[in-house]
Design a protein around this ligand. Sequence first.
Ligand SMILES: [Zn+2]
Length: 243
Amino acid sequence: MSNPTAAAPEPIPECPHCQKPMPLCICDSVTPVKNRLGLLILQHPQEQDRALGTARLLAKHFEDATLRVGLSWPSLSKALGQPIENASYWAVLYLGSAHAADLEAEAEIVALNRKGEIAENQRALLGKLEGVVLLDGTWSQAKALWWRNPWMLKCQRVILNPKSPSRYGRLRKEPRKDGLSTIEAAATILASLEKRPDFAETLNASFERMLTRYREVQAEMPELAPKPAVKDRRRSVRRGKRA
Ligand SMILES: [Zn+2]
C-alpha cells in the first residue's frame, strides 16, 4: 500500500497576493478596476484566517486600495502613506449600530454624528467623501483597532444597514456586528457611494467564488480548509429583517 515517493508531503504553496494556500486562491479571476474613492483596509495582526479572510482579495479588486497590517498608526496620512488634508472626507466603517427602526429602510449606508447618532444631513456628509477605512478582523480585533487609532474620531463615522445577511452563512462566526465580511461591507459602501452597482456585483461574485472554492477544497483537503469553530451564532440579532 505504501508509496515510497509520497512519503513527505510537499508544502502547499501560498499565493503572494491573497496569501491563501494556492488551492483556495481565486486571484486569477480578478481584474483591478479604477475606483474614485480611496480604500484603506487596516488588518489586525492576529487576523489569521487565511482560508476565509477577504481583505487581500478585496484589495486586489481596485487600483486604489491600501492594506496595512498593524495595531496603530499616528494618523490617517501615516496609515495611508500619503498626506490627507481633511480626515473628515474619509469615512470609517464604525462597529456600533443604530436602532434599525431609526434607519431609513432604503439607506444601506448611514452617516453618524460625533455623538454616534444618525446625522441630519446624510446626503451632504456622504456626498463629500473621498475615501473609506475598513477594519478587518473579528469583532474584538476591530474594536481594538478602533480604540488604538484616535485619529479615526476625525473621520466620518458610517454604519451599514445591509439588505441581506452575509454570504458566509454558517462557515464563519460573524466577524462584524452588521454580520458582513470585509469584502461584502466594501461592496455595499463603494457601490453606494460611487453609484456603481457593478462594484457590488463583482465583489459579491468573487466572494461567492471564494466560498465555493473553500467548500470544494474542504471536501478534498480538509487540512487546508478546516471547519471553523462556529459558536453562538445568534441569527436573531441580524438587522434589517424583511419578511
Ligand atoms: Zn491569490
